[in-house]
Design a protein around this ligand. Structure first.
Ligand SMILES: [Fe+2]
Length: 318
């Protein structure tokens, strides 16, 4: 936690202190800036610009805040449901290595953004499961069902099917269209990665956001009934297409829960995560809650780690 002294302005403070901040982030995985008043778009953007080489604009999975291209709203998801731990975009071919959350309005109750050290997750998981996940990798299957999730047009920012096919091909994804225009994308990805700068092994995936095991039973059963197991909006399997065992999924959930760290948000707080060292989630909440999100310093598996992934293994150091 870095707390502001009276009169501190974060961008100028970082001109001197950025190396220390980066060192602490690599060590702890996360840094919380408190008292710098970073809950406004302008100061939040300035802080991101001062802490990133590259700020990511046009990210398809989060709603953009009006009047800006680099500030997003947090995931719109019912307040009475928890968002389980995940690393941002770890199911895609490119992901941010830094992620920022700033608090505009803290919830009246709950609404924390809990975090987990993914190096520690690897140490606590059953080594046989880690070995299986590392060797077999993951297969994410996403079916863009209109009205149920982000539409493919919004996700890929185009109306053109051929453009979607080109994007998929460039990132190594397989895509297919149903007769009714529904798009399905199948993507191989890592479950365990090596951090590009520190080389540390990290549990790096979105198993909990994609595997229907983690949905409420009533929702899971309804989805299976309506769409069937092959057309679920999201699913994740071992890389060879076999389902991940329910006991393994329960074990993953328990390890995350045991290691979770959470703090109550204060207005103006900004949390910076190393997205490969830390997974994040969202607790249930009551009342108005507004957290804004920023993403920076992208890493591309396709451009930098493709050979390590070709055999289903972990992402190697860049
Ligand atoms: Fe997220």
């Amino acid at each position: 936690v870095i707390e502001a002294e009276p009169g501190d302005d974060l961008p100028s403070w970082l001109l001197i202190n950025r190396p220390t901040v980066d060192r602490r982030m690599r060590e702890h995985g996360a840094v919380l800036f408190r008292g710098f008043g970073l809950g406004e778009h302008k100061s939040f953007q300035e802080a991101q610009n001062a802490l990133c080489e590259t700020v990511i604009c046009g990210y398809g999975d989060l709603p953009e805040e009006k009047g800006t291209r680099q500030v997003y709203g947090s995931t719109p998801y019912p307040a009475n449901r928890e968002i389980l731990f995940h690393n941002e975009s770890s199911h895609l071919s490119d992901w941010p290595t830094r992620q920022f959350f700033a608090c505009v309005i803290p919830a009246e109750m709950g609404g924390e953004t809990p975090i987990v050290d993914c190096r520690e997750v690897i140490r606590r998981l059953d080594p046989n499961l880690v070995e299986a996940l590392e060797r077999r990798g993951l297969l994410y299957v996403r079916t863009f069902i209109e009205g149920l999730d982000v539409s493919w047009r919004d996700f890929y920012k185009t109306e053109d099917r051929a453009a979607v096919e080109r994007i998929c091909e460039a990132s190594g994804d397989e895509c297919s269209w149903e007769a009714d225009g529904t798009l399905q994308v199948r993507r191989r990805a890592q479950a365990v990665a090596a951090h590009p700068f520190t080389g540390e092994r990290v549990f790096f995936n979105q198993i909990q956001l994609h595997e229907p095991h983690f949905l409420a039973a009533s929702v899971r059963e309804a989805l299976l009934l309506v769409y069937g197991p092959d057309k679920l909006p999201r699913n994740v399997l071992y890389g060879d297409g076999e389902p991940i065992e329910p006991e393994a999924l329960d074990h993953i959930l328990q390890v995350y829960r045991r290691l979770a760290v959470a703090f109550p948000w204060r207005s103006g707080d900004m949390l910076m995560l190393d997205n490969m060292l830390m997974a994040h989630g969202r607790n249930r909440f009551k009342g108005a809650r507004k957290i804004i999100v920023g993403l920076g310093d992208p890493f591309s598996r396709v451009r930098q780690g493709a050979t390590q992934l070709a055999d289903g293994g972990a992402l190697g150091p860049a």
